[in-house]
Ligand binder design. Structure first.
Ligand SMILES: Nc1ncnc2c1ncn2[C@@H]1O[C@H](COP(=O)(O)OP(=O)(O)O)[C@@H](O)[C@H]1O
Ligand SMILES: CC(=O)N[C@@H](CCC(=O)OP(=O)(O)O)C(=O)O
Length: 300
């Protein structure tokens, strides 16, 4: 008797190839930062949502922290308000803060929650204001040795991961907007989303921080060459930090903070590649840039 030819066999092989990664990551928390510049089209956003739901069903504990810089700038523009960045951070007047909150919590977060919930009752949105998830104090920038006022831009002083952990324990996918309550003056604060993701990853004791953006990773000599640094240690990154420009600064500072505070790997990957998250988590061909602690003992 001949055995029947199963045309779907290659699919089974692909699933089995993922087994070592499924085993390794099972039960682990992964914080995924989805940047405003990576949310460039509807297909990519749907693929992002599929990947996050896939991780959840594969037994990981995904937490989404989202940005929305371009979306905030567009709304400020529509309202005739100015957008100005200093040291990579948005100068945020009290009026602009209302717009930041409206766009992040009312628009971008809602869209991501709805995309994820096409796959079931999984996603729950919150901002750092909820349940004291993120507390902050006023942050100043230092430019050419001088202290510069950025308005309602905050520096995270504490994270309380209780609400996020309760959601994760309940099988939900928390989607967090990068706004913090004030620790001292009753205001709310605008937090760079990379910084928020890194602080939450550390607070949650996440295995992985994954930052999706609109470039392939950290370029060794940006903008002169497109050679991507595939892996570097925390100390190597620390040396590079003073030479980095604009949007990469909070990302790489966040990666450094994360791996110095117990996160096993922090990665910057290209959100323009469909299913970038699955490629990164379930295959050997890691894409983008991976930051690792100097030596195992450094992890918390
Ligand atoms: N060394 C570097 N490697 C890669 N990108 C860099 C580098 N230095 C600066 N950049 C810039 O940082 C940008 C990513 O940051 P940003 O625009 O804030 O993205 P996001 O909205 O995803 O947070 C890139 O598009 C690139 O223009
Ligand atoms: C203080 C500060 O700059 N906050 C950011 C928050 C959003 C963000 O970080 O969005 P991306 O990840 O898309 O850049 C802003 O107002 O644009």
């Amino acid at each position: 008797m001949t055995t029947r030819k199963h045309t779907a066999l290659p699919k089974a092989q692909i699933l089995i190839e993922a087994l070592p990664w499924l085993t390794r990551h099972h039960g682990r928390t992964v914080v995924i930062k989805f940047g405003g510049n990576a949310m460039i089209d509807d297909d990519l956003k749907s693929a992002f949502a599929q990947d996050v739901v896939f991780l959840r069903h594969a037994g990981l504990r995904p937490v989404v922290v989202h940005g929305g810089g371009p979306q905030i700038s567009a709304q400020l523009d529509r309202m005739g308000l100015e957008s100005e960045f200093k040291a990579g951070l948005r100068v945020t007047t009290p009026e602009a803060m209302d717009v930041v909150r409206m766009v992040l919590a009312g628009q971008v977060q809602r869209e991501l929650v709805n995309l994820l919930n096409r796959h079931g009752p999984l996603a729950v949105g919150l901002t750092g204001e909820d349940a004291h998830t993120m507390s902050a104090t006023k942050r100043y920038a230092r430019i050419d040795g001088k202290q510069v006022d950025l308005g309602r831009v905050g520096e995270i002083t504490a994270v309380d991961t209780g609400a996020i952990e309760a959601l994760l324990d309940d099988g939900r996918i928390p989607v967090v907007s990068s706004i913090a309550r004030s620790a001292d003056d009753g205001h709310i604060y605008n937090i760079n989303a990379d910084t928020a993701a890194a602080a939450l990853a550390a607070g949650l004791g996440a295995e992985t921080l994954m930052v999706l953006t609109d470039v392939e990773g950290l370029y060794a000599d940006w903008p002169n060459s497109d050679e991507v640094i595939s892996q570097l240690t925390a100390s190597e990154l620390e040396e590079l930090l003073p030479d980095l420009a604009s949007g990469m600064v909070p990302k790489m500072e966040g990666c450094l903070y994360a791996v110095r505070n117990g996160v096993t790997t922090a990665r910057v990957i290209d959100g323009r590649v469909q299913h970038a998250i699955l490629l990164e988590i379930f295959t050997d061909e890691g894409i983008g840039t991976m930051v690792v602690p100097d030596h195992k003992g450094e992890q918390g």
